[in-house]
Design a protein around this ligand. Sequence first.
Ligand SMILES: Nc1nc2c(ncn2[C@@H]2O[C@H](COP(=O)(O)OP(=O)(O)OP(=O)(O)O)[C@@H](O)[C@H]2O)c(=O)[nH]1
Ligand SMILES: [Mg+2]
Length: 374
Amino acid sequence: MQKDTTPAIGITVLLKDDTASILNLETDNSEFLSLAGVVNIEMKQIVTQVRESFSSSYYVGEGKLSEISNILLEQEIDVIIFNQPLKAGIKKNVEQYFEKKIKRSIQVLDRNELIMAIFALHARSSEAKLQVELAQLEYLLPRLTGKGASLSRLGASGILRGPGETKLEIDRRRIKKRISFLKSQLKEIETRRELYRKHREDRVLISLIGYTNSGKSTLINALTKGGAIVEDQVFATLSPVTRKVFLTDEHTALISDTVGFIRDIPAELFEAFKSTLEEIKYSDILIYIIDISERNWLEKFHVSRRIVDKITGSDKPSIIVFNKVDLVNENEETIYAKNEVPDSIFISALEKTGLDELKNKIKDVIQEKISKKN
Ligand SMILES: Nc1nc2c(ncn2[C@@H]2O[C@H](COP(=O)(O)OP(=O)(O)OP(=O)(O)O)[C@@H](O)[C@H]2O)c(=O)[nH]1
Ligand SMILES: [Mg+2]
């Protein structure tokens, strides 16, 4: 069955001296396309502009906005999405620009709203639902205008509909009240989690970490009795699962899936999901999963590393795993990866290859940890 999609224009703005982002433009734009696709937004075109500095009124230049106005008119499109987070004032300016220029009300979304909409769509557990709603309301609060919440304006087409959607129309005071209610509910869940954590203190805990869609849930299923959600979509996992993994007859450990990472994860989402992400802090071993079939895997790996550093603040024993080797040319890609990241392991979680080597490596790291302790 064909899903109803909403057409939109995407906008990516880059700075002239940000050579890394310019080089990465193609893959970043394709990530942008797929993010939009998850919430049924069909990006008809991505307009890119390279500038000396971001425009303080519209982020993008006025000339570009005028160009975009024509496309919106010609193709009868009502939604534009910036591939960056926008300040509240800028978003309003852009909306007002279109109202004046083409006499149409254009829905202006930014990257943060897009990512939060995906989280809202995928939230299944009650904790994840509370977390997403909290993030959306925290983001919305300083952006409320007399017109009502922007996120809810797309509701009719089904996009961006998620937990909290109806709440977005209520006034600031009620939103604040709702925020403190959500926080208290989450606090309760967190207290329960702490109790559970104490309960399993004597077990070795391993966390799987990596960019979204790298194959973390597939790996946890391959190593254990399964049950984790696997989808070819970003942010499939919002509620991590923990499973027992048998390393040898006498060695077992607990292994946890985590929320996938992405560049510029919205601060509000990061805050809201902190308790979920903090599981990483309590792990004994971190396993980084890198999708070797992604052209810019090195950058994605750096993104994950930076996020983990922010959470743990310290070095933990880590194992670096390249996944999806079945998709790449054995010689070219793996030799390059081995050079960049020595001592890494190559697997296909899907085809279940390299898993014994990974288990042995985990066992070695555990043994090293124990011998250091004694
Ligand atoms: N070809 C191939 N595909 C894989 C492999 N591992 C995972 N995939 C596919 O990659 C997609 C994402 O896998 P997931 O396990 O859901 O990825 P994840 O890291 O848990 O993703 P999020 O929970 O969204 O962050 C799915 O379509 C998997 O079937 C692999 O080794 N080879
Ligand atoms: Mg997953």
